[in-house]
Ligand binder design. Sequence first.
Ligand SMILES: Cc1cc2nc3c(=O)[nH]c(=O)nc-3n(C[C@H](O)[C@H](O)[C@H](O)COP(=O)(O)OP(=O)(O)OC[C@H]3O[C@@H](n4cnc5c(N)ncnc54)[C@H](O)[C@@H]3O)c2cc1C
Length: 512
Amino acid sequence: MTVRPTRTSVLIVGGGLVGLSAGLFLQRLGVPFILVEKNRNVSLLPRARGIHLRTMELFRQIGVEEAVEAAAAAAWQQGSFGGARRGRTLVDAEPIVDVSTMRVKMAAAGASPSSFGACPQTLIEPVLRQQLEARGGDVRFGHELVSFVESGDAVVAAVRGPDGRETIIEATWLIGADGGRSFVRRQLGVGRVETPAPQHLLNIFFHADLAEAVAGRTFSQCEIANERVRGLFLAMNNTDKWSFHLEYEPSQGLPADSELPDLVRAAIGLDDVDIDIPSRGAWSTGVSIAERYRVGRAFLCGDAAHLMPPWGGFNATTGIADAHNLAWKLAAALRGEATTALLDSYETERRPVAVRNGSQALLRTDFDARFGIETQTNREVFPALLDAGALLLRHRYRVADGASAEESPEWVAHLQAQTGTRFPHAWIRRDNQRMSTLDLFGDSYVLLAGPNASVQPSSRASLNPATPAVYVAGKDFEFVDSEDDWRTLTDLSDDGVVTVRPDGFVLCRSTG
Ligand SMILES: Cc1cc2nc3c(=O)[nH]c(=O)nc-3n(C[C@H](O)[C@H](O)[C@H](O)COP(=O)(O)OP(=O)(O)OC[C@H]3O[C@@H](n4cnc5c(N)ncnc54)[C@H](O)[C@@H]3O)c2cc1C
């Protein structure tokens, strides 16, 4: 008996942070999709914890911000997230930067309706999965993509289920969000531009009751160097869940599993503490960027497209923004409202961002530089360091100005609806509701107009710039805060207009 293939618009491969986010972005736009994830459950190995406010803005748009905030609030069982320490061992480590200094820096990123989040990835992924499933998403954990081929107007993919049987899924588009070792990328024959890794680390996720040892001295990162071990503690709940990232020499291979508890004890500085290690995984701090982000009907997103060290917390944020950039373009293509150039712009916009963010992460290899502390040995990197706000919130797609895609994206000091930048946030009132300007975006192109602009209200809004939703300041919405008005927000006169893409980035603006 022949089993008929299942047909869908988008096949998402990978149920990590980026694949799950891609599903939620597509779902919001009403795009049918199937998500396949080879593991039966979300990852147990903690990695990312810092969630940049741009990611929280994207979570806000898909209605999961509050659920992620709730998971974050429950994550830290004592103290708070933030601050850095250094020492021979965890118990004798001294602070090098405190939480409040880090918070001030984060707050300077730019005005936003959202705030930085700090939540282990292992707690965010279940939230995203649960939301996706609760909204009826076709999410198939325990299903592995084993082959695919482009045929006519579809990608024909073979997926192996938990019972070992293969099914065929035909999708109009494929998103490879399948992580650093991306099967999709390798099958497409896409190479990577690699920068060698300065460090090789083994992420040892362990349970140990260190609540007393760190009481009043909690931290985000704690660098350890003694005669036995070098590495980095990353806090997961400030009490009994931790990751120790043990530095190792690749030529000597990884230590045996049986040695790991003792090595962790040597890093903690306590001989008699019980160590339970549920998972571990080796990784390195090189940068590697896929040479192409698109081949035909297949796109690469997240770690499948770019790997970079976690210093600065850029990678998942960059990956989730990739998925956001791609989702509306695919929706437009599926509705017949996109040009080929629009789909190509995914790579020309997102790849230079990854190249730049990767090199910025590398500049933070030095522990002090990572926290903005200038020393004799790291002085030379400071002139090139850009703050996270410039990289993740205030970047400017140069392609919008017709520049070459190979050129590094620019950034602006202050968002004012410049072409290619994210439209600035201000609190507004519309239909008796307090909302952010950012809440106007997501469903279609939007034409925002000054109070004296001569524009017609729209009868139909779409993912085509020719038919935007139209909102006139002072008529369709009011500014809530007295210091905000059309001119300060956009640097345009009262008859100016700004066209904003569905992802909240400015497509064009009137001059003057
Ligand atoms: C120590 C550490 C700390 C970090 N801290 C931060 C931070 O603070 N902030 C930040 O932004 N980033 C951070 N990162 C980076 C962040 O963890 C990654 O960028 C992020 O997890 C990438 O998500 P992803 O969904 O692209 O890939 P992954 O999380 O790797 O998910 C890919 C998924 O695809 C699945 N898959 C693979 N092949 C197939 C197949 N053939 N079929 C079906 N499924 C498949 C895998 O099982 C996996 O679940 C950190 C990374 C590390 C190592």
